[in-house]
Design a protein around this ligand. Sequence first.
Ligand code: FES
Ligand code: FES
Length: 157
Amino acid sequence: MKIEFVVNGESCAAEVDSAMRLIDLLREELRLTSVKEGCGAGECGACTVLVDGEPVCSCLVPAVQARGRDILTVEGLAKDGQLSVLQQAFLDCDAVQCGFCTAGMILTAHALLMKKDNPTDEDIRTALAGNICRCTGYVPIERAVRAAADRIRAARS
Ligand code: FES
Ligand code: FES
């Protein structure tokens, strides 16, 4: 069946079937390869995308549920070739090593910062609890989210 939806601010249409997952639609059909498949079972967070601003594991969501939704992948964060504040903070804080978890981490953190511009350390840990990183030990990631929150608030004041 044909569905219409928005990805990274652009209107899209695609043919999907009932067996197709959202991750397949994004990676295979739309070539948004930042969306990574790790466990394929909702346990690692590598496939996280935002649907109407909420983080979801795209390996668990049928593609047909994209109909009429607003989807954000990490490809949609940079504007005019400039990284978002959060992306830049991940680089500055050495929060990226192999990078496999990074897109999912950044999108989960992005959703948090859209709701809370001054999250506590506990807020950050709780928000990122479903995203697994095998490389960094999490401390640089939490530092990056804190740095991004501080930079965003400083830019507003
Ligand atoms: S690949 Fe979707 S949660 Fe691991
Ligand atoms: S940077 Fe390698 S899994 Fe997180």
